[in-house]
Design a protein around this ligand. Structure first.
Ligand SMILES: C[S@@+](CC[C@H](N)C(=O)[O-])C[C@H]1O[C@@H](n2cnc3c(N)ncnc32)[C@H](O)[C@@H]1O
Length: 359
């Protein structure tokens, strides 16, 4: 998609998928965090907020966050809830301010819900904008949804170092692949170093995995123990990636629930139905093959309990914990694994590779 210059522009199907993912995750994040951080409060930070609506839709990240924050099980408990929006385009920032007032007037907002719209560049303003509402006293969820090349590493690092905080970053790998020698400093700002330019020396087929790995590694080094990626593919087959970084394994499970709701088959990508290159999705069940293969690889070393397999699925694969039972059942039906219960009163049954047999 070309970068729009008007105040409002049309929402693409892949942006719709991004919004579904965000709404589904915030649906869990707001009530859980509001309950857990009742004293210090919680902050939703939208660093590239946009105008708050599209020519064809009223859904946007600010509108989703506002609606979630006003729920009775979120704001009702009295937890300080802060929503901080930054938008660089003055017209869009003004549009957002007016829209929030019209759709969520001050008169209906509880006193513990504080909202601010700032006009300016995210990197210049974020520290002060969050500070001004006391946001650094509690966890921050940072939505860094720019044009895919503008979420500075400095911000990601700051959020990662801040206790119980998370980022959702929109990332366009193709931009960095196309311009590894360019004079622009976008890459240095996004990656925090100039090693990313090494992508120019990679074979064509390796460029995208290389740059995605590099970014994933950067999020880990910033301090996020867990990083998940979700692909958004537009009608031209161009990819935008969403990177989710968190320090908590419960958040991994919640974010995966959201990913699987948007992409029921594979849990990791949404493709625009107008993309002519995509395969038709004639599979009606989630494809558990990669999970089954990953379990078989694990069992080559030793037997594993169900709890261990669930934890492996959650933290090391794209799959959700509840899908482990289906994968194990399928492997048992294929006679590739078997349960064994060691002797002893409190012995836990362990899954092992089944002995090879001819029939
Ligand atoms: C993809 S749109 C955001 C969409 C919005 N998050 C939503 O879900 O509706 C990106 C927005 O970031 C703004 N923007 C671009 N560079 C920026 C910067 N450095 N700081 C703050 N906003 C920026 C653009 O004007 C644009 O409105």
């Amino acid at each position: 998609m070309a970068v729009p210059t008007e105040v409002l522009w049309e929402r693409d199907p892949h942006t719709d998928a991004k919004h579904k993912l965000l709404r589904r995750y915030l649906d869990a994040w707001f009530p859980i965090m509001a309950k857990q951080f009742r004293d210090v409060g919680i902050t939703f930070f939208d660093g590239f907020a946009g105008p708050g609506e599209y020519t064809n839709s009223q859904v946007s990240s600010p509108a989703i966050a506002m609606a979630q924050s006003l729920r009775s099980d979120v704001a009702g408990g009295g937890t300080p809830i802060r929503l901080v929006f930054i938008e660089q385009d003055r017209r869009r920032a003004q549009h957002l301010e007016n829209l929030l007032e019209a759709r969520f007037p001050q008169s209906i907002r509880p006193r513990n819900v504080v909202t601010r719209v700032h006009h300016g560049a995210c990197t210049d303003l974020y520290e002060r904008a969050i500070d001004e509402v006391g946001g650094w006293t509690g966890p921050v969820f940072a939505n860094l949804d720019g044009w895919g090349v503008d979420a500075d590493y400095e911000i990601v690092q700051r959020i990662a170092q801040h206790s119980s905080s998370e980022v959702l970053v929109t990332f366009e790998d193709q931009f960095f692949i196309r311009f590894p020698d360019g004079p622009q400093r976008a890459g240095e700002r996004v990656f925090g170093h100039s090693d990313w330019r090494g992508v120019g020396q990679q074979l064509t087929a390796n460029k995208s995995p290389h740059i995605l790995d590099l970014y994933r590694q950067g999020l880990r080094e910033a301090g996020f123990a867990y990083v998940l990626t979700f692909d958004l593919v537009d009608e031209g087959g161009h990819s935008l990636r969403l990177f989710f970084g968190t320090t908590h394994h419960v958040a991994v499970g919640k974010f995966k629930d959201a990913m699987w709701e948007v992409d029921y088959i594979a849990g990791q990508r949404f493709r625009d139905p107008r993309d002519p290159n995509q395969l038709s999705l004639d599979i009606l069940e989630p494809d558990l093959t990669p999970l089954k293969e990953s379990i078989l690889r694990l069992l080559k070393e030793r037997g594993h309990s169900m709890a261990e397999l669930r934890s492996h699925a959650l933290l090391e694969t794209i799959f959700r914990e509840p899908q482990v039972a289906d994968a194990v059942n399928s492997l048992r039906e294929e006679r590739r694994v078997e349960w064994r219960t060691p002797a002893g009163a409190n012995a836990v049954r362990m899954l092992h590779l089944a002995p090879e047999s001819l029939f």
